[in-house]
Design a protein around this ligand. Structure first.
Ligand code: NAP
Length: 255
């Protein structure tokens, strides 16, 4: 039976590349984002690339009313959802010496509560189906605090914890949960960055890697390999050594 994937944040970057990747595999592709024209254009390209069908749905994930409307639209389409990729996210950076709760709140509204709004709307449908794979998009920056990345990095660290909990809680209901931690991927999000981004990868290559990780139902998957090793090494490094290594790092823009 032809499978269905829903991707939030499908109008650009990783989400768009992922939609094209699954379109090529013949999936029904449901593209979700705020900018409906951009989403419609991605959906129509999906059809040309081989999608069984494609749909564009306007939804601001930070608004619970929108994600409830998204659920209703899915019911109307009457498609079972095999894979849900909660990819919509924003970035931002700033030093903690001028900490602003507003900037934290803004990032959390999309990156954390946006994901939770989608989960609240979609988990009951997936449980009723008795199957489904929920995929969260985290970041390598979530492994340990980095300079000037407090709001973004901690929002992704929250997703990591949420994904671990979901995986344990939802397994008895037949649902799988994964979290993917990408390194630097070339997208409109990183195009704003002015610093050097090691191992910068195209969105198309990232999408192919993510698709493989989803196919293998990896619980946690971090890439590219060397950046993932560095991120994991940091976790076991004593803080005084890590602080020394990072003392001159200025992350003027976001990872
Ligand atoms: N690029 C990287 O290096 C990198 C690394 C690690 C993790 N990530 C993560 O990967 C995900 C995708 O990032 P990207 O690099 O592809 O960024 P991007 O090109 O800026 O794409 C972000 C997507 O999210 C959507 N979006 C943002 N706010 C939304 C909202 N409130 N409601 C619905 N959709 C919203 C945007 O669409 P609309 O504007 O149309 O709503 C857009 O489609 C993010 O979660 C990001 O944190 C990226």
């Amino acid at each position: 039976m032809t499978k269905t994937i829903l991707i939030t944040g499908a109008s650009t970057g990783i989400g768009k590349a992922l939609a094209y990747q699954y379109a090529g595999l013949g999936y029904h592709c449901i593209c979700v984002s705020r900018r409906i024209e951009a989403c419609q254009s991605v959906a129509s390209n999906c059809k040309e690339l081989g999608a069984a069908s494609s749909h564009a749905i306007k939804c601001d994930v930070s608004l619970a009313d929108d994600t409830m409307a998204l659920k209703k639209e899915l019911d109307r389409l009457n498609l079972v959802i095999d894979i849900v990729v909660l990819n919509a996210g924003i970035s931002g950076s700033g030093s903690s010496h001028q900490l602003s709760t507003l900037s934290y709140r803004k990032i959390y509204e999309t990156n954390v509560f946006g994901v939770l709004n989608c989960l609240e709307s979609l988990i009951p449908k997936l449980i009723t189906q008795g199957f489904g794979h929920i995929v969260l998009i985290g970041s390598l920056s979530s492994y340990r605090g980095l300079p000037q990345t407090g709001a973004y990095g901690s929002s992704k660290a929250a997703l990591h914890y949420i994904a671990e909990t979901l995986r344990l809680d939802l397994k008895p209901y037949g649902l799988d949960v994964s979290i993917i931690h990408p390194g630097f991927i070339k997208t409109p999000l990183t195009d704003k960055n002015t610093f050097k981004m090691p191992f910068l990868m195209s969105a198309e290559k990232a999408a192919a890697i993510i698709q493989k990780a989803i196919h293998r139902k990896k619980a946690i998957y971090a890439f590219p390999f060397i950046m993932a090793c560095a991120a994991k090494l940091q976790v076991i490094l004593p803080s005084f050594i890590r602080d020394l290594l990072l003392r001159n790092v200025k992350n003027t823009k976001e990872l």
